[in-house]
Ligand binder design. Structure first.
Ligand code: GMT
Length: 386
């Protein structure tokens, strides 16, 4: 379907995490394809956000709602005043910039904002699109108070998407949706995660196996299991662990590591703006999440030829095919995870095959393939085909 240049608003949080990354990358990619994009956030972002396109405009509205908050936490418990102020300002942007589409990423509180906008603007309301990313479905959607409110707010939108088939089914069930949300998977810009292009910022000689975990270290990522897997593996083979990111569970992991004899084998890199140069120097990514709608970090690793060992939850089996392009273990079966990691890291032929398969799989999720799916979806909504 060919797409005319559209005026699109994209609303997202500013914390560390995949939904924000996807919203920003989508905004930039759409702007580069000639659409007029208005990225709308409730705060000044953590770190600098490069907005390298004339068609991309960033509006920080509300009262800088993220100041003094942990960079990994999603601030979802807005007061009525915060909601009203944000909604009023977004309505002004919609009218002054003639937005045809307003697309929010993460349901709380943006589905409520969207529902209010529909009431405020009536016939002048643009097409409202929402993308459900993860804990907005699994944790907030199941909350006895927030869940029903969210369900009702989602009735106001014209279109809903999710990032995996598993989450589409889960969202339909959780929110009693009449239709399955459209599945548009997460994506990466392959040029940023291309093993051939990554500038080796920290050149190293041939190294012992290096495991990596990248996350916002929230409880849902079950990150203490990373420490347990690594320490059990380390007793069997010489290896090191790199931890990238920050979040509420990080101190607990540090404590586990510091109590062990392998403290010097673990590097805490903290939050990194550009993870690709580090990721490219590692051999296996560990994911231990209790829930995961997609796992963008896994896709980034695969794109760089780093196989992923992950818990078999949520959308992960749609990306990772066990024993083909990565490894899956049953949640909490840490001994199996250790066994699989040791086997893979000690069998070069199997490792090379899995690495090649991971790269091939990641190529299916390049932004050049996925962004047109969003454009088509917008166009379909504007044509009132849905
Ligand atoms: O819902 C969350 O936990 C936060 C959210 C985020 O903003 O990082 O993460 C979700 O969205 C990402 C982008 O679609 C997905 O890659 C993550 O799998 C998903 N996290 C969870 O489902 C726990």
């Amino acid at each position: 379907m060919s797409t005319l240049s559209l005026h699109i608003g994209i609303m997202c949080h500013t914390s560390l995490g995949g939904s924000v990354r996807i919203a920003r990358e989508l905004a930039l990619a759409l702007a580069q394809r000639g659409h007029e994009i208005h990225l709308i956030t409730p705060a000044i972002p953590q770190g600098s956000w490069d907005t390298l396109d004339n068609h991309l405009h960033h509006h920080v509205v509300g009262s800088n709602l993220y100041s003094n908050r942990h960079p990994a936490s999603l601030y979802t418990t807005w007061t009525k005043e915060e909601l009203l102020k944000f909604t009023t300002q977004v309505c002004c942007i919609i009218i002054s910039k003639r937005l045809e589409i307003l697309h929010f990423h993460y349901a709380v509180p943006f589905a409520q904002v969207a529902a209010h906008i529909r009431i405020h603007l009536g016939d002048r309301c643009p097409q409202l699109v929402g993308t459900l990313h993860g804990t907005d479905v699994t944790i907030l959607g199941r909350d006895p108070v927030i869940g029903p409110q969210l369900s009702s707010a989602l009735q106001a939108v014209n279109g809903l998407t999710t990032v995996s088939h598993c989450y589409a089914r889960l969202a339909q069930e959780t929110f009693c949706l009449p239709n399955l949300p459209k599945v548009i998977p997460n994506f990466i810009n392959q040029t940023q995660f291309d093993v051939n292009n990554v500038k080796n910022a920290f050149p190293c000689q041939h190294h012992r196996p290096r495991l990596i975990h990248i996350s916002n270290f929230r409880l849902v990522k079950n990150p203490q299991a990373i420490a347990h897997i690594f320490l059990a593996l380390r007793q069997r083979i010489d290896a090191e662990l790199w931890l990238i990111g920050s979040g509420p569970e990080l101190p607990a992991i540090k404590e586990i590591i510091e109590r062990s004899s392998y403290q010097s084998d673990v590097t805490f890199w903290g939050v990194q703006k550009d993870v690709a140069p580090l990721l490219a120097q590692t051999d296996l990514m560990l994911i231990t999440s209790q829930q995961e709608s997609f796992c963008l970090a896994a896709l980034e690793a695969m794109s760089l030829g780093v196989p992923v060992l992950a818990s078999k939850v949520g959308g992960l089996p749609e990306l990772i095919h066990h024993q083909v392009n990565g490894l899956l273990f049953l949640l909490d079966d840490l001994p199996s995870a250790v066994e699989m990691a040791v086997n893979l890291l000690t069998q070069p032929t199997q490792y090379q095959a899995m690495r090649a398969a991971a790269i091939a799989q990641a190529q299916q999720y390049d932004h050049k393939k996925v962004i047109p799916l969003y454009e088509d979806y917008y166009q379909t909504l504007l044509n009132n085909v849905i």
